[in-house]
Design a protein around this ligand. Structure first.
Ligand code: PMP
Length: 360
């Protein structure tokens, strides 16, 4: 039998796949709207698609285990060195590498209440102790997180923007926080949604790595770059941190199509801009809809928004019967809320159309 700390884990609950709902409800797949996993409703950009398709000629071979081309592209894009980058099978993989390399029994990790579910999961899987710090206005309370540090703390996870609440900590506050974190505590700044920040909110965490050797910035190609199904993420940090992560990384953890598509997507500014604009317009569409219905929501900086319905599980079930998949977040301690991802205009409209009846 597995040890107690593994048996204590409650598994990650992904959004329901379209095919599964179609079967369950006897609905046509085309009629289903999935706004449950913070995916990019535009799909895959043309440059990424072309690169991915060209790469398929090589898939009888193993991928480049060092991901040279993608790392080279990241170096050019962000002005960092090769040895400052680790690639992941999605950024989830980066989080797990952190837990594998820096956590273990007798060590603890700090994360916020209502923060991304993988932080407690990865911490528990490593046999470490998780310290959940109460949220402030649904977001990270950085002072409380600092106060929670113990001699056994080795990792602090921060999602900015946070999922599922969409909250955001301004760059200046993060910088001040980093200056106060002890040098032997790694801060994982999870920026899965950073590309959705409005220009006025943007900050450059990668530039901070030179000053804070205990900072690891984690990002993904799953969201704004539209490549969730290919599973590509990356971490940027101090070479010593990256070296440790590479020791626990699987040898060929990113697949050939993923490496190729990500390298192309990184320079597709036009696609990124379209994704950003569609998201901003969709966010307004949904929030205007919540306002009309008298529903409360948490202002979000990501590509999703969390809104209050009372009976989250019940409303979710009624939405599912109408072929609309959103995300219940009872597992995040928010059973009265649901999270909806920003979709295409027509998908957002469909969701808003069926929502009043689903509210009961
Ligand atoms: N961090 C946060 C905050 C997320 O919301 C997600 C996706 N749900 C991830 C990391 C992981 O995404 P991926 O593994 O697809 O990069």
């Amino acid at each position: 039998l597995a040890p107690a700390h593994i048996r204590a884990i409650s598994p990650y609950q992904p959004g329901k796949p379209i095919s599964e709902l179609a079967r369950e409800m006897g609905l046509a797949e085309e009629s289903i709207v999935k706004l449950a996993s913070n995916e990019n409703p535009l799909g895959v950009g043309e440059k990424a698609r072309a690169a991915m398709q060209a790469s398929l000629a090589d898939i009888a071979r193993y991928p480049d285990g060092n991901g040279f081309e993608l790392k080279d592209a990241l170096c050019r894009r962000y002005g960092v060195a090769m040895n400052q980058i680790v690639l992941g099978n999605g950024s989830n993989d980066i989080l797990e590498m952190v837990a594998g390399a820096f956590l273990g029994p007798d060590r603890d990790a700090i994360y916020a209440q209502h923060a991304f579910a993988v932080y407690p999961l990865a911490t528990q899987a490593a046999g470490a102790r998780g310290i959940e710090v109460p949220a402030k206005n649904f977001g990270h309370d950085l002072d409380a997180m600092l106060a929670a540090i113990t001699p056994a703390t080795r990792v602090i996870f921060i999602a900015n923007p946070n999922n599922p609440t969409g909250t955001f900590v301004p760059g200046a506050a993060l910088e001040a926080f980093l200056a106060r974190v002890p040098a032997d505590v790694l801060v994982v700044l999870d920026e899965a949604y950073t590309e959705y920040l409005a220009p006025a909110d943007r900050y450059d965490a990668i530039a901070w790595v030179a000053r804070f050797p205990n900072l690891l910035v984690s990002r993904t190609f799953s969201k704004a770059y539209g490549l969730a199904g290919l599973r590509v993420g990356y971490g940027i940090g101090n070479p010593a941190v990256i070296d440790l992560l590479n020791r626990v990384r699987q040898p060929f953890n990113v697949c050939i199509p993923g490496l190729a598509a990500a390298a192309a997507a990184l320079f597709d500014d036009e696609f990124l801009q379209r994704s950003f604009e569609l998201n901003a317009a969709g966010m307004k569409q949904l929030c205007d809809g919540f306002q009309r219905l008298g529903l409360k929501w948490i202002p979000s900086y990501g590509n999703f928004v969390t809104f209050k319905v009372g009976d989250g599980a019940g409303v979710n079930q009624r939405l599912l019967r109408q072929g609309v998949i959103v995300r219940p977040i009872g597992g995040y301690g928010m059973p009265e809320w649901l999270r909806v991802s920003i979709g295409l205009e027509s998908e957002n409209a469909r969701f808003l159309e069926v929502l009043p009846a689903a509210l009961g």
